[in-house]
Design a protein around this ligand. Structure first.
Ligand code: TYD
Length: 133
């Protein structure tokens, strides 16, 4: 599986907008856990890790931020700033979330429970494991 921006439905009427995602229509995995990142001080970076098994999907519900993905060889930057699209990040992609705007809100859904042992926090170890795939 490859990282990809997934466009979400946007239902507009005079009362405002509504967007959603559900499995399997928009999301390629079943949601097991939801968390959100907010009140990030200017200049802070989140993430800086990869997951051995976990897939995630990230939406900028409010504000904007950048997600820099590394596949072990090259980097790709995705700027999220719309609440009707999100980034699917498959397992074994190093991610860095940065450049958070004031009041930005990142919604993240995962296919797994929180599991500290699924994290790879050392980039050299990540590259080594990635090359073994
Ligand atoms: P971490 O994954 O390092 O944050 P980020 O990826 O945004 O940099 O998580 C920060 C702390 O929160 C860490 O101590 C683990 C804890 N945590 C949970 O307990 N449950 C969760 O679902 C998540 C995502 C983190």
């Amino acid at each position: 599986m490859k990282p990809e921006i997934i466009n979400l439905p946007k239902i507009l009427d005079k009362r405002g907008n509504l967007s959603f995602f559900e499995h399997p229509n928009q999301l390629p995995f079943e949601i097991c856990r939801t968390y959100w990142i907010y009140d990030v001080p200017g200049g802070e970076v989140r993430g800086s890790h990869a997951f051995k098994e976990q897939h995630e999907f990230i939406v900028a519900l409010s504000g904007s931020f950048d997600i820099v993905l590394n596949d072990g060889e090259k980097e790709e930057k995705f700027s999220l700033n719309r609440s009707y699209e999100g980034l699917f990040i498959p397992k074994m992609y190093w991610r860095r979330l940065e450049n958070f705007s004031t009041n930005s809100l990142a919604l993240i859904v995962s296919d797994s429970l929180y599991n500290a042992s699924d994290y790879i926090r050392n980039f050299e170890e990540f590259k080594k494991l990635k090359n073994e795939i």
